[in-house]
Design a protein around this ligand. Sequence first.
Ligand code: NAD
Length: 249
Amino acid sequence: MDIGIGRVALVTGGARGIGRAVAMKLAAPDTAIVFTHVNPSSPGAAETLALLKDRTGAAEAQCWAAEDSVAAQRHIEDIVSRYGRLDVLVNNAGLTRDNLSVRLSDEDWRAVLEANLFGAFACSRPAAKVMMKQRRGRIINLSSVVAFSGNPGQANYCASKAGLVGLTKSMALELASRGVTVNAVAPGFIATDMTSKLDEKLRESFVGRIPAGRFGSPEDVAEVVAFLAGDGAAYVTGQTIHVNGGLYL
Ligand code: NAD
């Protein structure tokens, strides 16, 4: 029985970690999930695709960088031409290039700002045009606890994640009257490849600072993203929801 596609979601950086958990959480028989990745040789995208195909109406993996604004526009237009709509955009793609500010290169500053902040804008701009016409849509940006607390060695990353909060608020104000919400989720320490680089001692010291006594899971974050993506969050916009086990209040 063909029950048709009632909802279409695009998740950037969905091959692993939080992006994969979000894609899996949004998956449903009447939903099409498109996710992006940037590493065609890594097995993550194929694994995510196989997992999604078991539980969602349609699943696609696309290889393009979030900050490639030409690709973002072309692919979003293509999604809309094939599925007829785009309901949810999750700007999850992100990377770190850590160093103390006095040693941080122009290249590492720009790479992180480009991917994390400009990437979210480059995807949100064409998505917002579609969603405004539909008079319905959800944009969710992955910020971070360090946007609020700061973090030594992560000036570029913290600036990009704090920038996302401003982007979120501004676009929320621009789009609210059209039925489109724009929110951010700010995870604390989440157990993914991004945090697996931490050595054991540092990890233990971080856990000691988290009132919940553990790192979060990608699924902890995906639950909140799914709430913001759903009908029940229609009156929530311009907000940042913290998912950090009490690390930063
Ligand atoms: P991860 O490194 O495990 O996954 C990030 C994904 O984004 C990867 O699949 C990567 O290939 C992809 N990606 C990187 N640059 C990209 C680009 N330019 N275009 C498209 N895709 C790109 O990271 P994660 O821990 O799953 O983090 C997901 C998001 O959540 C990121 O934005 C990250 O900054 C944010 N976040 C993570 C944590 C944490 O503790 N893990 C905490 C706060 C915020």
